[in-house]
Design a protein around this ligand. Structure first.
Ligand code: TPP
Length: 382
């Protein structure tokens, strides 16, 4: 039967029937229906949402070493960079030669409208896969076709003991909604928290905001308040690197620099917290808005609610670290941190997941954003 989309249930049943029983990766909006289906239909021991895509490749390799079986590693194509090292120096056929099946969401596919941070990645994706000598097939939006392509890729991965990839264009999978989500008691949304934070800051504070809806909500807040965007750096791509951008700015300005991070993003490159703590100064405030999820790409869970960010921050050596989960405690925490002393500070804000359905996207380009911020920093630090 020919359909116009891939049926998650049939595709998943095919994969498990073909002996693919372990799934790991970092979520992508193009794969959200498939990943939700996997979450609902396989035990959590066999589906692990990894901190970053390189970790997912390594986790899959460990699974293979212990079981001899073939893992599946899913990611957005922006995760290819994170995974290049373990693909080439661990799983590659000239190193440990490990069979694994990658499922890659094709953001920025040529001919399909997408955001600036995805355009180049989407255009060079095939070149990157070719350069890494990863055999791949692009899925067609039809279940039978997708199953045949996946079968060929699994066969290649196993026959040649190497990573091989299935590339997924936008809109390939039929819709599937994760079942059994528990209601969240937390009163604030991310957007509420952003509004409170921005309206509490000193006028000349600089904000570096993380990838996904945080940057979109910050942009809309400024717009709605009739403010310009020159004090904000929107990290539209480069997930997980926001706090290092903020650190780099903060070490070279007298202004307060606020990193608005997400839990998924902070966890993706959590090692940067150790560097922030060691090198950041009193003008650096790292705020993690923790909704326990990769909300921007479908709300898949992170371990954000299972870990204690404040303890991690204090253990790394931030001068102060506090947690807030209500409007009142957020305002109080901000007051404390904004008047704090010498060293870098940390704030975890726990919120419920979710965003407005009509949330817009920045109308300015990344280069316009960069120029305006650089001009603001230059003029105001003189
Ligand atoms: C390297 C990389 N992997 C995956 C993505 C896709 N992605 C964009 S935003 C996002 C979720 C971010 O989660 P979090 O930081 O917790 O913020 P939230 O969306 O929950 O506000 C993901 C996975 C990406 N942009 N880059």
């Amino acid at each position: 039967m020919t359909g116009s989309k891939i049926d998650c249930s049939r595709f998943f049943k095919f994969l498990t029937g073909a002996g693919i029983e372990f799934f790991t990766g970092v979520p992508d909006s193009l794969l959200k229906d498939f990943c939700a289906y996997v979450s609902d239909n396989i035990g959590c021991d066999n589906h692990i949402i990894a901190a970053n895509e390189g970790n997912a490749i390594a986790l899959g390799c460990g699974y293979h070493l212990a079981t001899g079986k073939t893992p599946l590693v899913y990611m957005q194509n922006s995760g290819l960079g994170n995974s290049a090292n373990p693909i080439l120096s661990l799983a590659d056929s000239q190193v440990y030669s490990i069979p694994l099946v990658m499922v890659i969401g094709w953001r920025g596919m040529p001919g399909v409208k997408d955001e600036p941070q995805h355009i180049k990645q989407g255009r060079v994706q095939s070149v990157l896969l070719d350069a890494m000598e990863i055999p791949y097939e692009v899925l067609k939006p039809d279940t039978d076709d997708a199953v045949s392509a996946a079968q060929r890729i699994i066969d290649t991965a196993r026959r040649e003991n190497r990573p091989a990839a299935i590339v997924v264009p936008p809109g390939s999978f039929c819709g599937y909604k994760l079942s059994g989500e528990l209601p969240c008691e937390l009163p604030m949304t991310r957007e509420d928290a952003i509004g409170i934070i921005v309206s509490t800051l000193e006028d000349d504070a600089v904000i570096v905001s993380t990838t996904g809806k945080t940057s979109r909500e910050l942009y809309e807040y400024r717009h709605g308040a009739g403010q310009g965007h020159e004090k904000d750096f929107l990290t539209v791509g480069s997930m997980g690197h926001t706090s290092q951008i903020a650190l780099g700015i903060s070490l070279n300005t007298n202004k307060k620099v606020i990193c608005l991070d997400g839990d998924g993003s902070a966890i993706m490159h959590m090692g940067s917290m150790a560097v922030n703590a060691g090198r950041g100064q009193g003008n650096f405030i790292h705020i993690v808005i923790n909704n326990g999820a990769h909300d921007s790409v479908g709300g898949q869970p992170t371990c954000g609610f299972e870990i204690d960010f404040v303890t991690v921050a204090l253990g790394c050596g931030y001068e102060r670290a506090i947690k807030a989960d209500t409007e009142k405690s957020l305002k109080k925490s901000l007051k404390t941190l904004l008047s704090a002393g010498e060293g870098p500070c940390f704030l975890e804000v726990r919120v419920k997941k979710g965003a407005r359905a009509d949330l817009g996207r920045p109308a300015t380009t990344p280069v316009e954003n960069k120029k305006a911020l650089m001009e603001f920093l230059r003029q105001n630090d003189n």
